[in-house]
Design a protein around this ligand. Structure first.
Ligand code: HPA
Length: 277
């Protein structure tokens, strides 16, 4: 099943025929929202609001591990994260979509792995993830291709077909937040190769990958990053832009759910092979 994590401005999935809403408790705490299981065009989908139904969780306090574990519990094998971002690359305009292909991590206070060696929690399950956790293994996953190539190419194809303005790759820099960046921070991120900046893409991507899930992110440029716009950034600007893009995001998601092949044709499932010490 596909799992969709909605970011700022996306707290429910329009067009989803809701089957049930599940409150899940995980060994890693409670997720930020109930998981909504629904159906689009005969395909089952799980939806979770990253910041909570009422946007109660700031970026640095989102229960990322519980969110991914909750999706695992309902049978999710692929996750698509939707995120508002600031545009750093001068070619990016507000409203553009970006199918990111790499990340830079500048977060500070987040648990970014399930695998804590001797400190790992015991979990239920029979698969490789459960085995490595229960054996208290240290695990280093490869993130040379952090974002699933099959999900990315499906997104790119849909964006092309729809004729929406988009960019087929981009480097995402994740900052700690909750404040926006300074103009100098943005200049540094640009020099380091970042195209977009956000506060929630990490550790979501690596936690999904540790659970052997595929992960991709559809980023929406909500504003020019600090210092580029030449004006003060506000949450209002971000939320308003996301509202304007709601219909397009819905269209993309419906096509994406329809187009994604049922069986995975990538190697994401094998990420734990050879990863334990
Ligand atoms: N910076 C960080 N996160 C963001 C931004 C930004 O400019 N816009 C939307 N999310």
């Amino acid at each position: 099943m596909l799992g969709i994590i909605g970011g700022s401005g996306l707290y429910k999935l329009e067009g989803l025929k809701v089957i049930k809403e599940i409150n899940i408790k995980t060994p890693f705490g409670e997720p930020s929202s109930p998981v909504v299981i629904g159906e689009v065009e005969g395909k089952k989908v799980a939806f979770l609001a990253r910041h909570g139904k009422n946007h109660q969780y700031p970026p640095h306090l989102v229960p990322y591990r519980a969110n991914l574990w909750a999706l695992r519990e309902v049978g999710v094998k692929r996750v698509l994260g939707i995120s508002a971002v600031g545009g750093i690359n001068k070619l990016l305009m507000p409203g553009d979509f970006v199918v990111i292909d790499d990340f830079l991590d500048f977060t500070k206070s987040r648990k970014s792995t399930f695998f804590e060696g001797i400190f790992s929690l015991n979990v239920d399950g029979e698969d490789k993830v459960a085995e490595l956790l229960n054996k208290k293994k240290v695990v280093h996953i490869d993130v040379s291709s952090a974002y699933c190539p099959e999900m990315r190419s499906t997104l790119i194809q849909i964006l092309e077909e729809k004729g929406f303005r988009f960019h087929r790759k981009g480097v995402y820099a994740c900052t700690e937040g909750p404040r926006f960046e300074t103009p100098s921070e943005i200049k540094v991120l640009e020099k380091l190769g970042a195209d977009v900046v956000g506060m929630t893409g990490y550790p979501e991507v690596v936690l999904a990958r540790e659970l052997t899930m595929c992960y991709a992110s559809l980023c929406v440029v909500a504003n020019p990053a600090a210092g580029i716009a030449g004006y003060r950034l506000t949450s209002d600007e971000v939320i308003n832009l996301m509202k304007q893009k709601e219909e397009e995001i819905k269209e993309i998601l419906i096509s994406f759910i329809k187009s994604l092949p049922d069986d995975r044709g990538c190697n994401c499932e094998k990420i734990l092979e050879g990863a334990e010490v």
